[in-house]
Design a protein around this ligand. Structure first.
Ligand SMILES: Nc1ncnc2c1ncn2[C@@H]1O[C@H](COP(=O)(O)OP(=O)(O)OP(=O)(O)O)[C@@H](O)[C@H]1O
Ligand SMILES: [Mg+2]
Length: 612
């Protein structure tokens, strides 16, 4: 069963694309570490000195107590039956432990504040940076993989910054301290006992890493499960309408059993861990007992040891495991953090392709005169999207772009908003090369309405106001009335205050379209671009919104990309595109008389569509 399930899963994995970033370990990289530490700078002065002092205090206490017990309490006070000294020792050790408690509390508190602040800054910075990146960046990455970096990778640095670094220092100092003290107390016994260190180290690094990898695999399977479930639920209507429930359930079984097996494997490995630790502990204890007892019997005068030394040894041996184990943990954590930080820095080093000049031109008023001067453009090196496009769209004109799918209509719109820069040639608005203008001032004067309107979760009011955040409620409603969206909005349960979920599931495609018209109108742009924006509005509604559209387009340069003749016919100038080239242009009558490409397009395509 397992085998067939595994096969099933791998088959399905090919079918589905999962956006899971797996944590791959990278070797330690000092340069990267230093860069990471830069983020500490802001807070280091306030919190780090205190945390380090606290760390030193608690390390000293932990190393002093065993010596006090062994070498002073047993070898001196008990041997000499000195009760006053014993009393002082008990009180002294009590005070030391209290000090240790205080030092630890403050250290943990400070280090946490430090780490949380650093992580907050890092996440905030990363998000703002990603927001600034150009379309090209998002073309090549899924939202899921960006999400993973901003959430998971930043989180995995959190442990490092909160406890990781300080613990690493503390454990190293403690371990070296213990070893030095042991050798000072009795070199022979120390030599015999430290053999357990490599064993423990092996367990805590290699074995633990192995276990961690298994858990990583579990997480991978879990996210497969999640993403499959998510996809299935979202696509449930399609699944049911194509009667694919059985296939889908089989696939689910594959993913589910993958998760099951990986979990069992990881749990098995984890269960073996603790007994092994105990075993290596036992080896140390046996060596100490056997060889230590022999050395005690030998007597100090013959090169042996005192009982107190033996007791100190026993104490220290008991303390071995903790720093070694944590060192192993911190080391693994460090490697994970390295992998995460590498991916974070990769994003941070990503520069927007569309760059602003240092002193860009700001449009205070935009007339809306657009010019393409021998523009060439390609999204990737393989295909050319626009070839030597030269065109002029005059202020206030209504322009239509027509052409087959993939001919470059949306690309022209993208270049006007400067989501991309042309490879060659210039795009100018009001005579100014877009490379010289500020992106903010450019885009705030242009509204783009797409076929697939994006609705954010929030109220209808908030969604419309996205077009101009400082608009009053009255202005929002006024805009909705002009476009004709007011009708359906007032029929919703809470009117303008109705909450819509992300992507606006409760609205019909046409209603979403009307919302985006309202959004565009509210922004009061100088240039408006409608990319297939009227495609999802039925003919009857379209007649209704033709008037609204006229109001929306009135007094602005409007670029309409549409398949409907009724929308195109009225345009002042129509550009006919093919394979990224402008074939011809003119108004409807001129182009029809010419009997060229447009004429044929109208004859074949538009008539069919308009006949519906
Ligand atoms: N983000 C992108 N990355 C790579 N290639 C792209 C991208 N967007 C579009 N293209 C390619 O560029 C060419 C022009 O595409 P464009 O979107 O401008 O076509 P269109 O005329 O708007 O088509 P449609 O009518 O289907 O919307 C096509 O060959 C398309 O495959
Ligand atoms: Mg398009």
């Amino acid at each position: 069963m397992a085998n067939s399930n595994a096969k099933k899963e791998s088959r399905h994995l090919k079918r589905f694309h999962y956006t899971v970033d797996t944590a791959i370990e990278k070797p330690f990289n000092w340069k990267q570490m230093l860069r990471l530490l830069q983020y500490l700078k802001l807070y280091a002065k306030t919190y780090l000195p205190g945390a380090i002092i606290a760390m030193v205090i608690s390390t000293i206490v932990r190393l002093t107590v065993p010596i006090l017990v062994g070498k002073v309490a047993i070898d001196v006070a008990i041997m000499d039956r000195d009760t006053t000294l014993l009393t002082y020792l008990v009180i002294g050790i009590g005070v030391l432990y209290l000090l240790n408690y205080l030092a630890n509390s403050f250290r943990i508190k400070w280090v946490n504040i430090l780490g949380q602040n650093v992580i907050y800054d890092l996440r905030q910075y990363l998000f703002s940076h990603v927001q600034r990146l150009s379309h090209r960046f998002f073309d090549t990455r899924s939202a899921g993989s960006i999400l993973v970096r901003i959430l998971n990778d930043v989180n995995s640095l959190q442990e490092l910054f909160t406890n990781g670094i300080i613990n690493l220092l503390m454990d190293m100092v403690t371990l070296v301290g213990i070893i030095v003290i042991l050798f000072a107390l009795s070199p022979q016994l120390a030599l015999a006992v430290v053999v357990v260190i490599p064993i423990m180290f092996y367990i805590s690094t290699k074995l633990r890493r192995n276990i961690r990898r298994s858990w990583q695999e579990v997480r991978l399977h879990q996210s497969r499960l999640n993403s499959h479930l998510n996809e299935s639920l979202q696509g449930m209507r399609i699944t049911q309408s194509f009667s694919q429930e059985k296939e889908n359930a089989e696939f689910f079984e594959g993913v589910n059993s993958g998760y099951f097996h990986s979990f069992r494997n990881a749990a098995k490995k984890s269960a073996a861990f603790r007994p092994l630790v105990d075993l290596s502990d036992a080896v140390g204890t046996i060596i100490l007992l056997a060889y230590g007892a022999y050395l005690i019997l030998l007597g100090e005068e013959n090169g042996g040891i005192a009982i107190g030394t033996f007791v100190s040894f026993a104490f220290f041996l008991g303390m071995f495991w903790e720093p070694i184990s944590r060192l192993g943990q911190s080391y693994n954590q460090l490697l994970m953090a390295m992998a995460s930080s590498e991916r974070i820095f990769e994003f941070m080093d990503e520069q927007p392709n569309v760059k602003e000049k240092t002193n860009p031109y700001t449009f205070s008023e935009m007339r809306g005169h657009i010019e393409f001067d021998k523009v060439e453009f390609s999204y990737d090196s393989k295909r050319v999207a626009l070839q030597k496009v030269s065109l002029e769209m005059k202020e206030g004109q209504t322009i239509a772009l027509v052409g087959h799918t993939g001919s470059g209509k949306s690309t022209i719109a993208n270049l006007i908003s400067r989501f991309y820069d042309p490879t060659k040639g210039k795009v100018k608005i009001d005579g100014i090369d877009l490379r010289d203008v500020s992106l903010d001032s450019l885009r705030s004067k242009i509204s783009v309405v797409l076929q697939d309107t994006f609705i954010f979760s929030g109220t209808i009011m908030e969604n419309i106001r996205f077009g101009r955040p400082d608009a009053t409620d009255e202005e929002v409603m006024e805009a909705a009335k002009v476009v004709g969206a007011d009708d359906f909005i007032s029929r919703l349960s809470n009117g303008y205050m109705t909450e819509v979920e992300e992507r606006g599931n409760i609205l019909s495609a046409g209603e979403r379209q009307l919302l985006s018209f309202t959004r565009a109108l509210l922004a009061n742009p100088s240039i408006i671009i409608l990319d297939e924006a009227t495609a999802s509005i039925d003919t009857e509604s379209e007649i209704k919104i033709q008037k609204a559209l006229k109001k929306l387009l009135n007094g602005r340069t409007s670029i309409i990309i549409a398949h409907r003749l009724s929308t195109i016919r009225e345009a002042d100038n129509i550009f006919v595109l093919e394979n990224g080239k402008v074939l011809e242009n003119g108004n409807h009558v001129q182009l029809m008389n010419k009997q060229g490409k447009y004429y044929h397009l109208v004859k074949s395509q538009f008539q069919m569509l308009d006949a519906i």
